[in-house]
Design a protein around this ligand. Structure first.
Ligand code: ATP
Ligand code: CA
Ligand code: CA
Length: 431
């Protein structure tokens, strides 16, 4: 997949779906945010609310451009999760609610999921399989507890779980989560690592034409790559990864990976490439007055943030279902600035360090992604494939315990400073 994606505008096949997703999110999030905060109850984890949108509107929902149904899951849990992850409620809504809003990432992969970036590139909407949806609901409480105990978790940060259905259409489940990659820094190399080597190779010939494609374990090993962390960061990173993987093992999750984006500070941003990107995204025709989306977005100034917050306050006030007296008086622009978690605190990522913990030459943007696949689901798929080919399957899934151990071993073994890696190489050559 290429990271930039295609703009989803009125002419895009998925325009209506994307539009409805965002309309729904805006409605349900402002509806929940407008209420006074409260402690979670057990029922919050099971909660689901259904809304019908149509062009005329009714007492519950405002009028929308299209007819569709929208379902919101565990809104209070996700509100709390967003707070733990340090999101500014105003930012969240504004990011997900501009006019044409999203870009779609490449073509759907094996799993058939679609990915959409918010226009400021901070958030990703991923459509998920019904089984993944059911599974996330099932594990939500354990995920929530884990995040509370580990606010610096490397696991995907889930901000919302929703479902959209168009008349005569099928039900589309989706999550909103963090985009690991920064809007303002070129990611020079991307790796998706699982700790397995079977089929984990992106064709080197194709990398020549497409150097920013997502590479895999074998490409990593071939280049003798490492996560270059000195003693302090190495310890912190591995400890957190171990805790996260422990949860995944307990929940019998498999097939996740460590996604790594590498920004080489010496190389910096390639302004030529960014110009090209600008052209790709440059809105033409009736959209010409819109600012260029995502990759090129600056961080909004204080003034802009204040204006956004004001817009948001207005938005919340005009949502029908929220009685005025329930509106929280603590408005988003009074909250402290967005507090990034530890692994995302060096310009949105985690900077390499040397043996003496002095800053290194790369910034890593990393996290554990695709963590909603339950073992039984893999097994079913394997069984299905075996039935088709009448052969032992090539993917040969290993149980979640072993998957996690192998993952941790691979990533830990590949975390070392440049100095250490060079020393080892020299020793090897000597021996
Ligand atoms: P499959 O099950 O076939 O592996 P999938 O549809 O479940 O695919 P993911 O593995 O979740 O998709 O992600 C596919 C790719 O999308 C990743 O390799 C990465 O390039 C990009 N991606 C996914 N999640 C994120 C994220 N949070 N931030 C940035 N990029 C992401
Ligand atoms: Ca994957
Ligand atoms: Ca998947």
């Amino acid at each position: 997949r290429v990271v930039m994606g295609t703009k989803v505008d009125q002419n895009h096949v998925n325009w209506v779906t994307a539009y409805n997703m965002l309309t729904g999110i805006r409605f349900v999030v402002s509806r929940t945010n407008a209420k006074m905060d409260r402690e979670l109850t057990d029922a919050d984890f099971e909660a689901k609310h259904k809304f019908s949108f149509d062009i005329t509107g009714n007492e519950l929902t405002p009028s929308a451009k299209y007819d569709f149904k929208f379902k919101d899951y565990a809104p209070w849990v996700f509100r709390h999760l967003r707070t733990i992850f340090g999101l500014d409620p105003a930012d969240y809504l504004v990011s997900l609610t501009s006019k044409y809003i999203l870009s779609e990432l490449g073509s759907p992969g094996k799993s058939g999921s679609f990915f959409y970036f918010s226009r400021d590139y901070k958030y990703i909407i991923k459509t998920i399989h019904h089984a993944e949806h059911k599974f996330l609901r099932k594990i939500l409480k354990e995920y929530y507890n884990h995040v509370r105990e580990n606010p610096n978790t490397l696991l995907s940060q889930f901000y919302g779980l929703h479902r959209v259905k168009m008349p005569f259409g099928r039900k589309i489940h989706f999550v909103v989560m963090n985009n690991l990659f920064p809007p303002h820094r070129d990611v020079h190399q991307t790796y998706d690592l699982k700790g397995s080597t079977i089929g984990r190779d992106y064709k080197e010939e194709e990398l020549e034409n497409n150097p920013r494609a997502t590479r895999k374990d074998l490409n990593w090993l071939r280049r003798n790559m490492h996560l270059e962390f000195g003693p302090t960061k190495k310890k912190d990173f591995i400890e957190q990864m171990q805790k996260d993987v422990k949860l995944l093992q307990k929940l019998k999750i498999m097939d996740y990976s460590l996604l790594i984006g590498i920004h080489d500070l010496e190389r910096g941003n390639d302004e030529n490439l960014r110009d090209k990107t600008l052209k790709v995204f440059q809105p033409g025709g009736e959209d010409a007055d819109e600012p260029a989306p995502n990759m090129l977005m600056r961080t909004p100034s204080k003034l802009e943030s204040a204006r956004k917050a004001k817009e948001l306050r207005h938005m919340i006030k005009t949502q029908k279902p929220v009685p005025m007296e329930q509106s929280s008086s603590k408005m988003p622009d009074e909250l402290p600035d967005h507090k990034d978690s530890y692994f995302y605190s060096d310009d949105g990522g985690f900077r390499a360090t040397h043996e003496d913990d002095a800053p290194g030459e790369e910034i890593y943007y990393l996290g554990i992604i695709d963590c909603l696949t339950h073992y039984s689901f893999i097994k079913r798929m394997e069984h299905f494939l075996k039935g088709l080919t009448n052969q032992e399957s090539q993917i040969s899934a290993i149980p979640p315990e072993r998957y996690g151990d192998r993952f941790v071993k691979f990533i830990s073994g590949n975390t070392k400073t440049r100095e250490a890696a060079e020393r080892e190489k020299a020793e090897e050559a000597e021996a």
